[in-house]
Design a protein around this ligand. Structure first.
Ligand code: 5GP
Ligand code: ZN
Length: 116
């Protein structure tokens, strides 16, 4: 389902330009506008989900698909062996700013843990 005024729904529909690195019938992966690492890719479900907090059992398949897609992109782009980080910021304290669930796939530099 597409939600009016959701920027990521518009990206998924091709109504806002994005540099896509992968897409299929379930998800779209594109470069983050403000990269926080040499590789910073966002992977979003085509169907709108506000956040991980709002996901339920009906979203199991797309959520699994997002993670497996992240791993596939990492292998395809050649940074899987060096490593990468997958992040799902959730709600205010989690740092979520766009309320269409998305997976950040970050790579190309080491990451500290815990993150700030
Ligand atoms: P959040 O803070 O919600 O976890 O992540 C939202 C991400 O979306 C941020 O990293 C931000 O740079 C990215 N972003 C916001 N608007 C756009 C846009 O219009 N295009 C792209 N490619 N990325 C965006
Ligand atoms: Zn949306």
């Amino acid at each position: 389902m597409k939600v009016d005024d959701c920027i990521f729904c518009k990206i998924a529909a091709g109504e806002i330009p994005s540099t896509n690195v992968f897409e299929d019938d379930v998800c779209v992966a594109f470069n983050d506008l403000s990269p926080q690492a040499p590789e910073h890719i966002l992977i979003i479900p085509r169907d709108h989900i506000d956040s991980l907090d709002k996901a339920d059992a009906s979203n199991k398949a797309p959520l699994g698909h997002l993670l497996l897609t992240a791993a596939e992109i990492a292998r395809e782009k050649g940074f899987a062996e060096n490593g990468y980080r997958v992040v799902i910021n959730t709600n205010s304290d989690g740092g979520q700013t766009v309320f269409h669930l998305h997976v950040h796939l970050l790579a190309g530099r080491p990451f500290v843990f815990p993150p700030g």
